[in-house]
Ligand binder design. Structure first.
Ligand code: C2O
Ligand code: CU
Length: 454
């Protein structure tokens, strides 16, 4: 494990401001430009766009069963909207312009108001021009506490990201056809909570809940922890029935989350969150360790389950999703607004990807389901790039090779040439987006939707 060359000047504890959301009150979240030091001290600062004048935006924190009431004020030079990623909320509050709401115009505001049926680790982010707006900083953590939270010493949220900055501190240009047609916008600087290798002090024997959120545009992180023992207890917000012993590598596609319960077991002075790269592992955050050695608690934590919507595999409606496009041999003709375009014409419109031969959100949904019906979607990634497919409004399970159901998730990673099948119960009425969370891919055509009729 190596330190990055930048680490002459160590960042200090990267605490994210927190907004506790009281049940009855309404909070205002303003989206606006602000300046923040992202590059190491001594380099220029960066103009970011953010919620609440901080990057990442403030941690929104509420309790399961409460309502969230937030006014989003748009002081950006563009229209925007906010998506509450992973929440199984009312469709009208889902934040997708053109599908669930009108965009929030410059200078305007929008009142979000929805119930919080599930505990867990979620996040909020812009859903307008998201490849640009999320990269500029318009995201933050959204943590819903269990009504009876587990006994812990610390609860730490780390939003991992990679950002692409120039030496002068500015964000690299966004009109980049290479990003749209290849892996997406991959950054040149790893960040945890907006900082290079921030420090989170812990004590020996502490029990820590670590909530990892991948807020990157396109980077699939492979993460590891050094100095801890513990368990994976939740994926994409949803508790695992059976916690899994901490593996050496945690793969986190864009938008995915992993909750860990960790005991600080190291005898050394520091513990680490590491990102594994081709040439080795690098600290993306570290944990100065103090205190005398202390036996860690041995008992496993099993989080209480969220409301369950059982899947009826035998009687499910089925659909298939063929993922095509991209550079390295994937470009084909595709339909746009009912018109067949060849790859050159598609590229002229900034489109490089297609789902079932359609580039961009189609007029008709991939599936029309009645409330309570189950659905299965088989997906084939016929491209040279990984894709993280995200379904809004409902969590799904992967149908595993032996026919059993995997853990609930809201985003699934398909590596090149993977075929995977997901299933879910259509328990939430509305029009729900289903798209690649590699944001350049979504912008360049990889999005469809599903209708659930009440
Ligand atoms: Cu995290 Cu459609 O979004
Ligand atoms: Cu993709």
């Amino acid at each position: 494990m190596r330190r990055r060359q930048f680490l002459g000047s160590l960042a200090v504890a990267g605490l994210v401001p927190r907004i506790g959301l009281a049940q009855a009150s309404r909070t205002t979240l303003t989206a606006a430009a602000h300046r923040q030091q992202i590059l190491p001290v001594g380099y220029p600062d960066t103009e970011m766009w953010s919620f609440g004048a901080a990057f990442p935006g403030p941690e929104l924190r509420a309790r399961q069963g409460d309502r969230l009431r937030l006014t989003v004020e748009n002081q950006l030079p563009q229209q925007t909207s906010v998506h509450w990623h992973g929440l199984r909320l009312e469709n009208a509050m889902d934040g997708v312009p053109g599908l669930t709401q009108a965009p929030i115009a410059q200078g305007a505001s929008f009142d979000y108001d929805f119930s919080l049926p599930d505990a867990g680790t979620y996040w909020y982010h812009s859903h307008s021009k998201s490849m640009e707006q999320i990269e500029r900083g318009l995201y933050g953590p959204l943590i819903i506490d269990e009504t009876d939270p587990p006994d812990l010493d610390q609860d730490i949220t780390l939003m991992v990201d990679d950002i692409r900055l120039e030496q002068d501190g500015s964000l690299s240009a966004f009109d980049n056809f290479h990003d749209l047609s290849h892996a997406g916008r991959i950054g040149n600087l790893w960040l945890a909570n907006g900082q290079i290798d921030p420090a989170y002090p812990v004590k020996r024997g502490d029990r820590v809940r670590l909530r990892l959120i991948n807020a990157a545009n396109a980077r699939v992180f492979t993460l590891g922890l050094q100095g801890f023992d513990g368990w994976v207890v939740a994926l994409d917000g949803m508790p695992l029935n059976e916690p899994q012993t901490l593996p050496e590598e945690l793969v986190l596609a864009p938008a995915q989350r992993i909750d860990l319960i960790l005991d600080v077991t190291t005898d050394s002075e520091e513990a680490f969150l590491i990102t594994f790269e081709r040439d080795g592992g690098y600290a993306i955050a570290h944990f100065p360790v103090s205190g005398p050695s202390k036996a860690a608690r041995a008992n496993k934590v099993i989080l209480p389950p969220n409301p369950d919507f059982p899947i009826d595999l035998a009687n499910a409606r089925t659909a298939t999703l063929l993922i095509e496009g991209g550079a390295m041999g994937g470009m084909r003709a595709a339909r746009v607004d009912g018109q067949e375009l060849d790859p050159r014409e598609l590229a002229g419109r900034g489109l490089f990807w297609a789902l079932n031969g359609v580039a961009g959100r189609p007029e008709t949904p991939l599936l029309e389901l009645s409330l309570g019906e189950s659905a299965r979607i088989g997906m084939a990634n016929n491209t040279a790039f990984p894709h993280g497919m995200h379904l809004h409004g409902m969590h799904f399970s992967e149908v595993l090779a032996d026919g059993s159901l995997g853990p609930l998730r809201d985003t699934i990673l398909l590596n090149p040439q993977d075929t995977r099948e997901i299933a879910f119960q259509a328990h939430n009425p509305g029009d729900w987006l289903f798209h690649c969370h590699m944001l350049a891919h979504h912008q360049a055509g990889m999005g469809t939707w599903i209708r659930v009729s009440a």
